[in-house]
Design a protein around this ligand. Structure first.
Ligand code: SF4
Length: 206
């Protein structure tokens, strides 16, 4: 992890969790420095079945490597509204920025509700995520809400590889696409060796 802010050690931070594989490393890395609570909030996920799988995996992670967790629900209509008209955008494009912003805004709102002074996310573990965009959006939402955003690039220092290893050791469910219906791929799944040696599958978990 590369930390890109000067928020003091021990600060309470609400950490947005997109999926258990990213959290398997991201939560550990942030917990070394901050007093963290996880926040699973993902109205972008395309079906209830997939939502339940990713939430179940996050609960499995919490059982195996305990941390406080808050589960956020709702927001599906808001997600459809922000994504409308951008269905054909490539990943890392404008739709993804709107999707990240929606989730960061709710994480900041929840942090304020819980009386926490800071928020962050594990999204930057994935090599498929634009860390600069995630950090800019987080910073903007932090400025908007008055809650500080923990800027970091969690993939630095082999963060992604560590997440692949940790989630494999814990037997966590690993999804094959980012989350929304526009991100679904028809590629066959890659094996674990290809995932680790190639730096992540083409549709790596976010
Ligand atoms: S590809 Fe991922 S980040 Fe982009 S809009 Fe879909 S779910 Fe959100």
């Amino acid at each position: 992890m590369k930390l890109l802010c000067d928020i003091p050690s021990g600060t309470e931070v609400l950490v947005h969790i997109c999926c258990a594989p990213d959290a398997s490393y991201g939560i550990r890395a942030l917990r070394d420095r901050f007093d963290i609570t996880g926040f699973f909030y993902n109205p972008n996920i395309d079906s209830r079945e997939e939502f339940r799988k990713r939430l179940r995996a996050t609960l499995d992670l919490r059982e195996k490597d305990p941390f406080s967790l808050v589960v956020g629900t709702g927001g599906e209509d808001a997600w459809e509204n922000v994504a409308r008209g951008m269905e054909g955008e490539p990943e890392r494009g404008r739709r993804c920025e709107a999707c990240v912003r929606l989730r960061m805004r709710e994480t900041a709102r929840k942090a304020a509700e819980l009386g926490m002074p800071a928020f962050g996310t594990v999204l930057t573990v994935s090599p498929k995520k634009d860390a600069a965009m995630v950090n800019r959006v987080g910073r903007e939402e932090g400025d908007r809400s008055g809650i500080r955003f923990v800027e970091a690039d969690l993939k630095k220092g082999d963060g992604y590889l560590k997440s692949v290893r940790a989630s494999k050791e814990m037997g966590l469910y690993r999804q094959r696409y980012c989350g929304c219906r526009h991100s679904m791929r028809k590629d066959p799944p890659l094996g674990p060796v290809e995932q680790t040696e190639q730096g992540g599958p083409p549709n790596a978990p976010r």
